[in-house]
Design a protein around this ligand. Structure first.
Ligand code: FAD
Length: 296
């Protein structure tokens, strides 16, 4: 299989920030995926799988790993016997299209989540009361050690996290859905998308929620709004003027600038509310936040 060198990774993310992947491959089949993970293990390299890059912040220096993007058979999805059967690289939008055409409901909550099936498994993506855990039957997980099917329990899906190992790749997934008319599905999706548009910056370059919602009466967004951070800018990175828990790339932003904003947000949340915000966005490369309370 073809291993590309120094591939710009920021361009494969929704926020458009970050340096190159030292090694990069686009497996099209299960054989190629297994071969790529074995190659990385033999070379002593970490593996990082990128989906639609909608929840990642890549370091400005890039990442010294093998980055995989699942294409070919992994990008497809089909409805079969009440199940949605999808590749790990299938976009949620494609899955939603297939389920609607087949009259299968239960996936509508994902209409505003701009990721893939595999990214959704790792993050236990969710919105509007639904999440992957609620509908996932099982997923095929691949690593250099081999491939195995795991149930939602076996994947350890919790609020915006899973127990997947860093080098493990979700190659396929099956979701259990329920009969629902395409007309009703369409109406639900329109309503959810309108709600989303009214509340979040949907037409800006962002990486989705910056922080997980804390165990507090205020959500992370409301908390950062209350401490006056909406619109706060460091270099090209800006806390969204529309929603406190989004960082926008307002023009040639660097990962270091986004990180500095996050550190400042954590400092203020700790100072005002005694809350240590935990980041939801996944860091790629050597990015690290300072302890809560400290700035960069
Ligand atoms: C505008 C906007 C709105 C969003 N709204 C929501 C929301 O409502 N709810 C929500 O939960 N999220 C939301 N997100 C975040 C994001 O879309 C989800 O986390 C999504 O599931 C990430 O999928 P992805 O394919 O883009 O993964 P990436 O962002 O590419 O990667 C995220 C993580 O998943 C891992 N990963 C990706 N593919 C695989 C795979 N095949 N196997 C193993 N690991 C993999 C990556 O290694 C990384 O750790 C939003 C993001 C944006 C930009």
């Amino acid at each position: 299989m073809n291993i590309e060198q120094s591939v710009p990774l920021g361009r494969l993310t929704t926020v458009g920030i970050g340096g190159p992947a030292r090694h990069f491959a686009r497996p099209q089949t299960l054989d190629e995926l297994e071969e790529a993970t074995r190659w990385a293990a033999a070379e002593g390299l970490d593996v990082f799988t990128i989906g639609l890059g909608s929840n990642v912040l890549v370091a400005d220096e890039g990442v010294d790993a093998l980055v995989l993007r699942l294409e070919g058979e992994f990008a497809g999805a089909e409805a079969r016997d009440g199940l949605l059967v999808a590749g790990g690289g299938a976009a949620n939008a494609v899955c939603l299209h297939r389920t609607r055409a087949a009259g299968l409901g239960g996936f509508e909550f994902a209409c505003a989540i701009p990721g893939t099936v595999g990214g959704g498994v790792r993050m236990n993506a969710g919105a509007y009361g639904g999440d992957w855990r609620g509908i996932l039957e099982r997923a095929l997980v691949v690593s250099a050690e081999g491939s195995e099917w795991r149930t939602a329990d076996g994947l350890g899906l919790e609020y915006r996290r899973s127990a997947l190992g860093a080098d493990e790749v979700v190659a396929r997934a099956e979701f259990r859905l329920v009969p629902k008319s395409p007309h009703e599905i369409k109406a639900t999706v329109s309503e959810l998308q309108a709600q989303r548009k009214a509340a979040q910056p949907t037409n800006k370059r962002t990486f989705g929620s910056v922080f997980k919602n804390p165990d507090h009466e205020l959500s992370a967004g409301r908390m950062l709004e209350a401490v006056g951070l909406k619109g706060h800018r460091i270099g090209g990175a800006q806390i969204s003027p529309r929603h406190g828990n989004f960082i926008e790339n307002a023009g040639d932003a660097r990962a270091a600038e986004a990180l500095a904003l996050m550190a400042e947000a954590r400092r203020r949340a700790l100072e005002e509310y005694g809350v240590e915000l935990v980041h939801e966005v996944r860091f790629v490369g050597g990015l690290e936040l300072p302890p809560a309370g400290e700035t960069l």
